[in-house]
Design a protein around this ligand. Structure first.
Ligand code: PEP
Length: 248
């Protein structure tokens, strides 16, 4: 049985004042829930997340990581630095990183490897654009993205990771994949992993991300291969995020 995981992705939102209320609200609101819960915050707020969430059942993490361990890479943040702030998770391969910052499949695989190497749990995002869905190449795109990580790190690496299926056309658009659409791709992802290792496929958590909210969370997470959610917009409103965690 895979325990559900609900991870918030705050993206580039927040301030010390706003975060204080949100962290406190989430901390109190999810206490006692059985789902695993995490928030992925902007780098400058990792210290605040660590202070605000230590001792709670909410883990925290970052939204990206450098593929390099250290050196002359101005502006980058290494996996070891994230560990210094108590992070458990880091998102790699978010579609916004892929489309605006040039994160190719190869770079994403290198970031995945860098995170895993220090003991962070990568939340590895895959997903097709609207154009790709309309061309009926969703399976091809998602398989290519998965294969880049499996080829570089080996399928066993997925035992220490979480996969997030995020159809790009559903992120921040208010347009959610139907439970059936999402389940179809989640099953495909699990089958691809099972081709190499059925045990790892059975255990790996596959989250759905893309306009998940209290109104649709329960139905999405009731699908057999949907093991939780990666939540953007709704993670910024404590009551909504807590309601999704409760649904999980
Ligand atoms: C995301 O940013 O990963 C995401 C799923 O955003 P939203 O929930 O706002 O669609």
């Amino acid at each position: 049985m895979r325990n559900k995981l609900v991870a918030g992705n705050w993206k580039m939102h927040g301030s010390l004042t706003v975060n204080a209320g949100l962290l406190e609200g989430v901390r109190a609101g999810v206490a006692g829930l059985s789902a695993d819960v995490a928030v992925c915050v902007p780098y400058p707020y990792l210290d605040q997340a660590e202070t605000g969430l230590t001792g709670s059942n909410v883990a925290w993490g970052a939204q990206d990581v450098s593929e390099h361990a250290l050196g002359a890479y101005t502006g980058e943040v290494s996996a070891a630095m994230l560990l210094d702030f108590g992070c458990r998770y880091v998102i790699v391969g978010h579609s916004e990183r892929r489309s605006y910052y040039g994160d190719t499949d190869a770079i994403v695989a290198a970031k995945f490897e860098a995170a895993l190497k220090v003991g962070l749990v990568p939340i590895f995002c895959v997903g097709e654009t609207l154009d790709e869905r309309e061309k009926s190449i969703t399976a091809e795109v998602v398989t290519r993205q998965l294969d880049a990580v499996i080829e570089r790190c080996g399928v066993a690496a997925l035992a220490g990771a979480v996969i997030a299926y995020e159809p790009v056309w559903a992120i921040g658009t208010g347009r959610t994949a139907t439970p059936e659409q999402a389940q179809e791709v989640h099953a495909l992802i699990r089958q691809r992993v099972a081709q190499d290792d059925s045990g790892i496929a059975a255990g790996v958590r596959i989250l759905y991300g893309g306009s998940m909210k209290p109104a649709n969370a329960r139905e999405l997470m009731a699908q057999p291969d949907i093991d939780g959610g990666l939540i953007g917009g709704a993670a910024l409103v404590a009551a909504d995020f807590i309601a999704i965690c409760a649904a999980a």
